[in-house]
Design a protein around this ligand. Sequence first.
Ligand code: PLP
Length: 356
Amino acid sequence: MEIKITRTTSPKAKPADESKLSFGKIFTDHMFLMNYDEGQGWHDARIVPYGPIPMDPSAMCLHYGQADFEGLKAYRTAEGKVQLFRPGENMSRMNVSNDRLCIPQIDEKFCVEAIKTLVKVDEEWVPHSYGTSLYIRPYIFAVDPMLGVHPAKHLIFAIICSPVGAYYEAGLAPVKIYVEQNYVRAVTGGTGFTKAAANYAISLKAQDEAAKQGYEQVLWLDGVHRKYIEEVGAMNVMFVIDGEIVTPSLDRKSILSGITRKSCIEVLRSKGFKVTERDIEIDELIKAYDEGKFDEAFGTGTAAVISPIGELKYGDKIMTLNGGEIGKVSQLLYDTLTGIQWGRTEDPFGWVVPVE
Ligand SMILES: *Cc1c(COP(=O)(O)O)cnc(C)c1O
């Protein structure tokens, strides 16, 4: 499919001070759109000036939330080149989400090309400073103008881009997390393994209450037994216990299969670390902590790459990890992944995809 490009005649001013960029508040000059209509499949791939997308007030996504998304970044290297990190993984994961939500499959290779083409058109929007990037948000939503609850026959696939600042201005800062005991994010048989838009709406309440108590995020426990660790906020989670790295397995299908998670596992194994994917009970963490074997905890995800956990609270029990400092494994992963993403170090895994 050809991508028709219509360039804006009124480009916006680019952010003057890259050190003041926050997350997802300003958008580039263009966006990618493509429509799905039953009988026709995906069609009319186009890049157009960024702007409102008209839809009917009865559009199905507004009522029943048949929508999903992805998130990845374009990075500028020291030489000024722009590159993506494992974009094919995002597009194949989007098809996993699509399948669960009765959204038609996309052509993964074509959609990677669409991302590259859009980033190329808005290349000047990719910020230059180390740690900054262009956040790319592909998403799909149902637009059938009707209120019946059934899989949509008309959908829109869109991609928008936002220049974002360095996640950590003053180096890796450990966060305070509390273990959520009232609310759950996902259950087996639900949509926890997908990036369904609705997953994020249902997580807001817990996040809000955590914030009120002075915690940055919540650690989610499984929805059935309320004891197995799942994720931290919208990140995957890893622990270093007695020198071994452990992370919840994906088997229950209530955990999102993060590309950062997968990359961390591959980096760690390539460096000779022992990494185990298995069930982890909250009580196991407490026991390890009391025995002095709980070395590190950190979240993994595209936005922050690695987010070290400095404090973990479960009921009345407060665990301070690594003296509230960044642990060795967290730092090693952060340095290795950001090195590859920003082209500062060699990419022995073949993860980087240039935008040419
Ligand atoms: C997106 C996401 C992650 C992280 O995935 P990455 O591919 O590493 O960015 C983890 N958990 C949830 C719930 C997510 O939505």
